[in-house]
Design a protein around this ligand. Structure first.
Ligand code: 0X9
Ligand code: ZN
Length: 301
């Protein structure tokens, strides 16, 4: 068990996932790859019948190191699903319909560094040849629009895109996970903070995808259920129109190259009062409303 009301170190989260896999027959874990510094990148799967090859709801969390509420929310959701299966009818139905897969800490080195050295660290911990600055922005290291608007070729920038698409083992690991389940991924959601936004493709351009009407309907279902919980206001729409243009992001890759129509970035609480340093007392409310949104969204697609 884990104390879902607090933030946890990388080691604590890994120990929780290992314990869950050992004690709960619904849960399996796999080491999907290794970070620059050699930490495991772990995916947890919740399935009531692995052999059935059900459609998948897939989540990456904490691509950005300082966005601690994203791992905390994914952990809360894992805990809620595994606890509720068999007693909560809505959870039971959603687990019987889908396999649920989570990468709770997609950027382990950056996350660890944000605990020990720099709470506001964003990137991974790659050594950049010829520069004293470390780190690549993993959410600029994917191929769609790689190197374009909203990314930087400077290693000291917070949005440094890296030497090439998938130059980083962390982004490469996410690519491999989605590709391994190609054809089964019903939705892929990248959890970020902060701003209270539900974002679709495209991110690399202000042009709208051909599936945008379908995406808007799905996002609206999610956002309405979030707001219905505690009144938290969310905006939604394509990243390039609602937020800003960002090239080389994960979710454009899932949509454009992997054919995942329902590929979204969710920017969790808040809108800037606490920003990335959301107090622990807001973990459970944030996770609760987010899960209500995801359930409504899943039932709408
Ligand atoms: O700039 C980013 O990478 C994201 N915002 S954050 O404050 N969490 O860094 C937004 C990216 C949005 N694009 C998509 N992934 N669609
Ligand atoms: Zn982010």
């Amino acid at each position: 068990a884990i104390d879902v009301e607090n933030y946890h170190t990388y080691e604590e989260v890994m120990a929780y996932l290992a314990d869950l896999a050992n004690t709960n027959p619904l849960v399996t874990t796999m080491v999907a790859g290794a970070s620059v510094e050699g930490r495991d990148i772990v995916q947890a799967t919740i399935s009531s019948d692995l052999a059935a090859n059900k459609p998948i709801a897939w989540f990456d969390c904490n691509i950005h190191a300082r966005e601690w509420i994203t791992a905390a929310t994914c952990i809360w959701i894992i805990d809620t699903i595994t606890t509720g299966y068999g007693s909560d009818p809505e959870i039971t139905a959603l687990v019987d319909q889908y396999d649920w897969k989570f990468v709770p800490i997609a950027n382990p080195d950056g996350y660890a560094f944000s605990w020990t050295n720099d709470r506001l660290w964003r990137k991974n911990r790659a050594v950049n040849p010829g520069s004293i600055c470390m780190g690549v922005d993993l959410n600029r290291n994917f191929p769609v629009g790689f190197g374009g608007t909203g990314s930087s070729n400077g290693p000291c920038s917070e949005t440094f895109h890296g030497a090439a698409a998938f130059s980083e083992p962390e982004s490469n690991t996410l690519k491999n996970l989605i590709a391994a389940d190609q054809g089964r991924v019903k939705t892929a959601i990248s959890m970020h903070s902060y701003s209270q936004l539900w974002l679709s493709s495209y991110s690399y351009t202000s042009a709208l995808p051909s599936d945008y009407t379908t995406m808007l309907r799905a996002m609206r279902a999610g956002v309405d259920a979030i707001t219905a919980t505690y009144g938290t206001v969310y905006n939604y729409g394509s990243t390039g129109t609602v937020l800003y243009i960002a090239s080389g992001v994960s979710t454009d890759h899932y949509y454009v190259n992997e054919g995942v129509l329902h590929s979204y970035t969710i920017e969790l609480r808040d809108t800037g009062l606490y920003g990335f340093e959301l107090p622990p007392r807001l973990i459970v409310p944030t996770a609760t409303e987010t899960w209500n949104g995801i359930k409504a969204f899943m039932n709408a697609i």
